[in-house]
Design a protein around this ligand. Structure first.
Ligand SMILES: [Zn+2]
Length: 394
């Protein structure tokens, strides 16, 4: 491995980290910088801009434009640093003892920096199978920003052979992750002076019935539901995360908001579980509220939804990934990624494999080890070799 490569990765990562791309900010300055870098190699990407005009994904093809290729996919947004205690400036790369510190170093600008650093090698190789870069935004708020890009890819005539999503797995070939479905319930009760409580409809207490049922079902899923030992938490999980209700001790609460989520093993299980809870509440809770006062009831809205990833371990992409990564084993991770969407929205087989550890992600003093980035560069180098030598998928 040449020192020059480490230097290129370090320089690109420093540039990417310096853009504050917390999910609620524009990523356009960062995208423009990537476009300028690619243009220096004569490569033009295609922007897919969102409705606000403030954010864009970038789709890049290196090599033949008329053949299906392999996708390297990464998101450019990062989680907030507010209220975190950093010992360095999170938007300035600091290197210490082989570790590169900064917001997004491991999740997941490190991977994007490696892919960009390897562009000269991609360009120099005589690729017969193209390599695509899929650079997205708004991943951290529910895998939102990759969707318009996937819609556009799936409208195209040439479907890529497979996708590697570079979320931090310490370069472990990861063939599955759980899906997630989040729901907000808004209970509409009837306010009353608490001294005449029976004349009101207590939104908080009806919400408590829902929370108790969520808890009961979560316990049932843990004991009786499907188990997959590849996961740290081997079963589907379900919980209430947020409750807002009530305004004063002496007022029967008129409103209560409950947010709950399910993280399911199966590709569609998360939504099935939450749908069943919504149906239960509509049948068991709402009629009682309406009987007390017809204006009362409970509304539900979906606030987050992405599918699980569940690739068969004998899939050709898994075999190829193991060969390129020099690994014999595979894993599954509990955190969500865009990989499940590549499969469900665009029918592109996808696995997760990237540098760094998820235990570093989203924390103050986030870092990635240079050795991890170089291992990822080795992987990309072998992918380039594969794509220059026919690039078949198994
Ligand atoms: Zn991520």
């Amino acid at each position: 491995m040449s020192d020059d490569r480490a230097e290129r990765i370090r320089k690109l990562l420093a540039e990417l980290i310096a853009f504050d791309t917390v999910s609620d900010r524009s990523n356009l300055p960062l995208i423009a910088a990537i476009e300028r870098y690619l243009a220096s190699f004569g490569i033009a990407g295609r922007r897919i801009v969102d409705d606000t005009g403030e954010k864009a994904a970038l789709w890049v093809t290196i090599g033949p434009q008329d053949r299906p290729g392999f996708v390297l996919s990464g998101h450019t947004d990062v989680v907030p640093v507010a209220s975190q205690n950093w010992s360095t400036n999170p938007f300035a790369l600091v290197e210490r003892d082989g570790k590169l510190y900064g917001r997004g170093t491991t999740d997941m600008k490190g991977f994007v920096a490696v892919c960009l650093a390897m562009v000269p090698e991609m360009r120099a190789a005589n690729l017969t199978t193209p390599i695509h870069l899929a650079i997205s935004y708004d991943e951290e708020i529910g895998c939102v920003g990759v969707r318009p890009m996937l819609a556009e890819i799936s409208r195209g005539l040439i479907k890529p052979l497979g996708c590697f999503v570079g979320e931090p797995t310490q370069m472990q070939v990861t063939i599955g992750h759980k899906g997630k479905h989040g729901v907000r319930a808004t209970f509409h009760g009837l306010a009353a002076h608490s001294s005449i409580a029976p004349s009101g409809v207590n939104a908080v207490e009806y919400a408590a019935d829902l929370i108790a049922e969520i808890r009961r079902r979560a316990q049932q899923l843990a004991t009786e539901g499907a188990h997959d030992v590849h996961y740290d938490v081997a079963h589907t999980t379900l919980l209430t995360s947020i409750v807002h209700g009530g305004t004063a001790l002496n007022i029967v609460p008129e409103r209560c908001i409950v947010e709950f989520e399910c993280r399911g093993l199966g590709v569609t299980e998360s939504k099935e579980v939450t749908d069943a809870i919504v149906a239960w509440a509509k049948a068991e809770i709402e009629p009682v509220m309406k009987a007390a006062d017809p204006s009362c009831g409970v509304d539900f809205e979906e606030i987050l939804d992405y599918p699980a990833l569940d690739v068969p371990s004998d899939h050709a992409l898994v075999t190829l990934a193991k060969k390129l990564a020099g690994r014999n084993s595979h894993a599954k991770v509990s955190f969500g990624t865009e990989a499940g969407l590549f499969v469900s929205m665009a029918d592109i087989p996808a696995i997760v494999l990237g540098p760094g550890s998820i235990t570093q992600a989203h924390k103050p003093d986030e870092y990635v080890e240079m050795s991890e980035l170089l291992a990822c560069a080795d992987f990309v180098e072998r992918l380039i070799g594969h794509c220059a030598a026919g690039g078949e998928l198994g």
